[in-house]
Ligand binder design. Sequence first.
Ligand code: 2NL
Length: 357
Amino acid sequence: MDDLKSKYLSQIADAADENALETIRVAAVGKKGEVALKMRELGKMTPEERQVAGPALNALKNEINSALAAKKAGLADAALDERLRTEWLDVTLPTRASRVGTLHPVSQAQEELTAIFAELGFSVAEGPRIDTDWYNFDALNIPSHHPARAEMDTFYMHRAEGDDRPPHVLRTHTSPVQIRSMEKMGAPLRIICPGGVYRADYDQTHTPMFHQVEGLALDTDISMANLKWTLEEFVKSFFEVDDVELRFRASHFPFTEPSAEVDIRCSWKDGTLKIGEGDDWMEILGSGMVHPKVIAAGGIDPDVYQGFAFGIGIDRLAMLKYGIPDLRAFFDSDLRWLRHYGFQCLDMPSLHGGLSR
Ligand code: 2NL
């Protein structure tokens, strides 16, 4: 019996894992194990022998069972220690960099120009993109026969069958916001109206939705000289140049009289645009003195107040400043290609770097 005991206790001590332990358990104290066989032999013994051997076998069985349980617990502890040693995380490691979104170049240009005009004393006015044909056309001295009002130029929101009221339009410029602002705030007035506008046009330089900022200054003593100074300050600030020459060319808009298109002096050298120097001129905006009929349409007396107004395409300004070749890129695709081609425009505007024509 001592042989059995030392045999199994040493096997248990050497067992490498729970499977080995189970094999030992079955062989030693299982139903058909060695201890069970010995117990079966008790019947052939004399009562005296049995009184000694019985308790001894029971004690052996208990001892083997406790050795099995202790070894099992030991193996489990060792397995846990091993996991603790191998399965660890360094929670101090830096996280994976997250992708950060950026402002769209058009939004960025809009924010920049809004800040510049704010410094010049202009506040921002906003209004609906769907408006009546009164605010979009009639109030701006654009008569019903004007080509801008034709369906091929303007998106109309047609009324239901039998509804004879004039249709709404998707605003073709932000001027209707200026008319609404005149009605609401009266004069004197200095505002800019930035925002999306709509025209039925689509090619390399036109998209059906684009962005415009219009400016309006009304007071009792406003002249073209104020317009010229304001635009010079704006252009210098926006394109980050110390000086720039503006050229006013006589033009025509229904809502201004006189009207002028404004060019800025620039040069294209080796595919790089430089603003403020050179022998080229680039048109950047339309402007003029507000037509008296338009001032009256805004509910203001044109005999007391006069003013200047201008309209600039924000998308084109952004393209010029950030070197974007095709207007459609703003609307057709995401803007990762800008980075791909090395444009830093989304983080860091740089005008005189590499604009290619
Ligand atoms: C252009 C021309 C212009 C205006 C817009 C305006 C607005 C009111 C009254 C008078 Cl309420 N004028 N806006 C004036 C002149 C030109 O835009 O070619 N823009 C890109």
